[in-house]
Design a protein around this ligand. Structure first.
Ligand code: 8X3
Length: 248
């Protein structure tokens, strides 16, 4: 039987790479995103196995409509990839624009929780899987990432706790926690500064969207008796720094 993945934030980066990998592997994919032109381009590229759905993760009411209106062929979901998410600019929190921070919280947490809740009946019925895109920022703090890291820590803990609630259903839950991957992530975080993004990833051989999508595919296609709880990934060039100490 053909399996179906539901991927939020499919219009770029890890979401788009995941859609390509799963469709290449014979799955169907429902992909959501805000940018219609990107959804249309992906639909042209991926053909009938791909269902593009225009949706904004911050529109919490609308997420129910998205799930309810899935056409029959795409209504049974075997895998939910909660990929949509973003980081607000890397300001110290004391200087941060609170609306931008709240916007990232709504997308990364509220939208994800609501979408997951709506899709759980079909995921339970099909003994499916949920893969949440967290981050190394969930475990390791860095300057300017207070709210972003906290949203990703929420996701990590939500994943683990959801496993407890879903005990006995056969539904698997995984938190994927990548470090530096060159996608549009930094362009969004810097509000469109392509040069800053290029500078950040220059010379470090960062992970790619395909690296993460391959890991997602690996997790999702393991035998059903095997649950990866958390998967933390970094490029070899990224590691850990010590504590910062301020001296007067
Ligand atoms: C983003 C990971 O290391 O670029 O989720 O901050 S990192």
């Amino acid at each position: 039987m053909t399996k179906t993945a539901f991927i939020s934030g499919v219009t770029a980066g890890i979401g788009a790479a995941s859609a390509r990998i799963f469709i290449k592997d014979g799955w169907q994919v429902v992909g959501t995103g805000r940018r219609q032109d990107r959804l249309d381009a992906l639909a042209d590229e991926l053909g009938d196995a791909f269902l593009p759905v225009t949706s904004d993760m911050r529109d919490l009411e609308d997420l129910g409509r998205v799930v309810r209106q899935l056409p029959e062929r795409f209504a049974g979901i075997d895998l939910l990839i909660n990929n949509a998410g973003l980081a607000a600019p890397m300001d110290d929190f004391q200087d941060a624009d609170i609306d931008k921070q709240l916007n990232s919280m709504t997308t990364n947490m509220d939208g994800l929780v609501v979408l997951t809740r709506h899709l759980l009946p079909t995921l339970i019925e099909r003994k499916g899987a949920i893969i949440n895109l967290s981050s190394v920022a969930a475990s390791y703090p860095y300057r300017g990432g207070a709210v972003y890291g906290a949203t990703k820590a929420f996701l990590k803990q939500f994943s683990l706790s959801l496993r407890s609630d879903l005990s006995g259903t056969g539904v698997r839950v995984t938190s994927i926690e990548p470090g530096m991957a060159e996608t549009e992530f930094t362009i969004v975080r810097t509000e469109g500064d392509k040069a800053a993004s290029e500078k950040l990833y220059s010379g470090i051989n960062p992970m790619t969207a395909e690296d993460i999508a391959n890991s997602i595919h690996w997790v999702a296609t393991l035998p059903p008796h095997l649950n990866i709880n958390r998967l933390e990934l970094m490029p070899t060039s990224q590691s850990f720094a010590g504590f910062a100490v301020h001296r007067d």
